[in-house]
Design a protein around this ligand. Structure first.
Ligand SMILES: [Zn+2]
Ligand SMILES: [Zn+2]
Length: 97
């Protein structure tokens, strides 16, 4: 009989039944509690998020702020933000380092 093994997306190891785990409030992905950093992977309501949904939530916030306040940024601040966005693209392997 085959057994379905859940892999933790962070350490890529199986999550055994006796291990302490948390689940993403958005997609239900299970992660070892020892692998998640609370300050990074919880939302304002204290719910756990997987790394993907945590990034999406942060981008939604950026989106909302930019949509409302982009006009309030100076050209220097815009350049600064563009540079940081380029660093994210490097982290994601989208542009060479
Ligand atoms: Zn893990
Ligand atoms: Zn998720």
């Amino acid at each position: 009989m085959s057994q379905i093994t859940t892999l933790c997306p962070i350490c890529k190891r199986p999550i055994n039944k006796d291990e302490d785990m948390v689940a993403c409030a958005v997609c239900g992905t299970k992660m070892h509690r020892r692998c998640v950093e609370e300050e990074l992977l919880t939302d304002s309501a204290g719910e756990w998020l997987c790394p993907y949904d945590a990034v999406l939530a942060a981008l939604d916030w950026v989106d909302a702020v930019l949509n409302q306040y982009a006009h309030a940024l100076t050209p220097e601040q815009r350049d600064d933000i563009v540079e940081r966005l380029k660093n994210y693209l490097k982290l994601l392997g989208e542009i060479p380092p």
